[in-house]
Design a binder for this molecule. Structure first.
Ligand SMILES: [Zn+2]
Length: 93
């Protein structure tokens, strides 16, 4: 993603961090524009938690409860690595 105002590119980790810190707004270091997460990112984030919980508890049904929990956390983390490529933002005016 690039800044709409000055075209500065936001780093992958800046976007990922913003997701993990509860959809924190993103501020451009260059021109001070602020961007907020669009609703679709929150929907994606919700799915990213729901789907791994569902899959993990199905696959590890007969295992001790800690196993599906760890499975779900690992799956969410791996899936979230793709988020910076698909998240959308709008400028905060
Ligand atoms: Zn900018």
């Amino acid at each position: 993603m690039t800044c709409e105002t000055c075209n500065t590119k936001f780093s992958y980790f800046k976007l990922l961090k913003s997701f993990w810190f509860a959809y924190q707004d993103i501020k451009c270091n260059h021109c001070d524009s602020t961007f907020e997460h669009k609703l679709s990112n929150r929907v994606l984030g919700g799915l990213l938690v729901m789907i791994p919980i569902f899959i993990s508890f199905m696959v590890f049904e007969d295992k001790p409860v800690l196993v599906p929990i760890i499975g779900f956390i690992l799956m969410s983390m791996v899936l979230s690595l793709s988020l910076p490529f698909i998240m959308k933002f709008s400028r905060f005016d």
